[in-house]
Design a protein around this ligand. Structure first.
Ligand code: ZN
Length: 221
């Protein structure tokens, strides 16, 4: 049997490695390589740019998502700590929910203090595609709230910092809803896996098997 690969559910930095599945996030104008797995989305921060044209960007996104190696739509989402108006952010997010549902591409979400709205919009659109909140660093209550709605949680570099609140809440994440990621950090996802396995007092190989199973079930591989 080949060894179970590590899964990096969200990264901006592609690392060529045999035993690694990674979803590399690309900018809308970056071409998509033929090999590997990718995501394209319109980040809520894009609204800060005065030249941003929502319809144009959404058309480009739709075109990019047609490629089979683009397996997810992301990052998309809501950010209450950011300056773009929340109404505009919601409009942009809802248009992407519609695309995710029509094109059957799971979503990778940027969620800053917006759990309630994200859950409400998932219900409003009766979204069936899996959603993964990336860079999750919330409390035990946030864990229960999001997983209660069938939303997956991906945890990154914050696991390496014992003072962060995720250290208290991490053990409450149901393993069937867990992913790990490196996002912008220039580290290997193995480092995050090792920290996670330590905190869960679990064999690394078991954790790899569980996370790979989540990946395979969402992306039907
Ligand atoms: Zn990111």
């Amino acid at each position: 049997m080949p060894e179970t690969p590590f899964v990096n559910i969200h990264t901006h930095i592609a690392i060529p490695e045999a035993n690694l599945l990674q979803i590399v996030n690309l900018d809308l104008n970056q071409p998509c390589p033929e090999q590997g797995y990718y995501s394209y989305g319109i980040h809520p921060w894009a609204l800060d740019n005065a030249d941003f044209q929502m319809n144009e960007a959404l058309n480009k996104l739709k075109e990019n998502l047609q490629q089979p190696q683009v397996i997810a739509l992301g990052e998309a989402g809501l950010d209450k700590m950011h300056k773009a108006t929340f109404e505009q952010q919601i409009e942009l997010f809802e248009r992407q929910i519609e695309l995710s549902e029509t094109l059957k591409k799971p979503m990778i979400l940027h969620d800053v203090r917006s759990h309630n709205e994200i859950i409400a919009l998932r219900k409003k659109h009766r979204a069936k595609q899996p959603w993964i909140v990336h860079g999750f660093s919330g409390t035990e209550q946030d864990v229960r709230q999001l997983i209660g709605q069938g939303i997956y949680l991906s945890v990154g570099e914050s696991l390496l910092h014992p003072e962060r609140k995720i250290h208290k809440s991490f053990k409450f994440i149901d393993l069937d809803f867990l992913f790990l990621e490196t996002d912008m950090a220039e580290i290997e996802v193995e480092t995050i896996y090792e920290a996670a396995a330590n905190m869960l007092e679990m064999e690394l190989s078991t954790l790899k098997t569980r996370i790979f199973a989540n990946f395979a079930s969402i992306f039907k591989l």
